[in-house]
Design a protein around this ligand. Structure first.
Ligand code: HEM
Length: 130
């Protein structure tokens, strides 16, 4: 369960980017970033970095480690990440206990939030009870 949830967080990070303003000029991988500019680091892109995640576009619940940045990084690292992880485990656990089969309902297009958060508004599924 745990690695599966981590892989969802990596593969479909619900916050795609964060925003920062530079206070001093900085150099990053040979790129000079001047002071007083807005920088938009893409978490989604970092989480698909092939130097960190072999075959990054493959959804693989058997990957190990929690080194994705779906909860950010550094001093603003998500304060709610433990709660979010527990909620995920409980919700998926209840679903797996309750249903022996869960399938996407065919032919119903998924509707996504248009901005802010990278997530489906609802996911129609067909289930079979345990
Ligand atoms: C899957 C669920 C969640 C995701 C993907 C997520 C993601 C993030 C990310 C990427 C940041 C860093 C923002 C930045 O660097 O500018 C952040 C910060 C934060 N998150 Fe979450 N978060 C989640 C759930 C929660 C929950 C459940 C709470 C509270 C109960 C929470 C509270 C916060 C707060 C207060 C910050 C700001 C921390 C700071 O600026 O020092 N988050 N979150």
């Amino acid at each position: 369960m745990e690695p599966a949830i981590e892989e969802v967080l990596r593969y479909r990070s619900s916050f795609t980017q964060v925003g920062r303003v530079t206070t001093v000029a900085a150099e990053l991988s040979g790129q000079v970033i001047p002071a007083d500019v807005v920088v938009t680091p893409w978490l989604l892109s970092a989480n698909r970095d092939e130097r960190e995640f072999p075959d990054p576009d493959r959804f693989d619940i058997h990957r190990s480690g929690k080194h994705h940045v779906a909860f950010g990084y550094g001093i603003h690292f998500c304060i709610g990440q433990l709660l979010a992880r527990v909620e995920g485990r409980v919700a998926v656990g209840v679903m797996l206990d309750r249903f022996t089969e869960i399938r996407l309902t065919p032919g119903v297009p998924l509707e996504f939030y248009s901005r802010g958060i990278f997530a489906a508004r609802n996911v129609p599924v067909t289930v079979r009870s345990a």
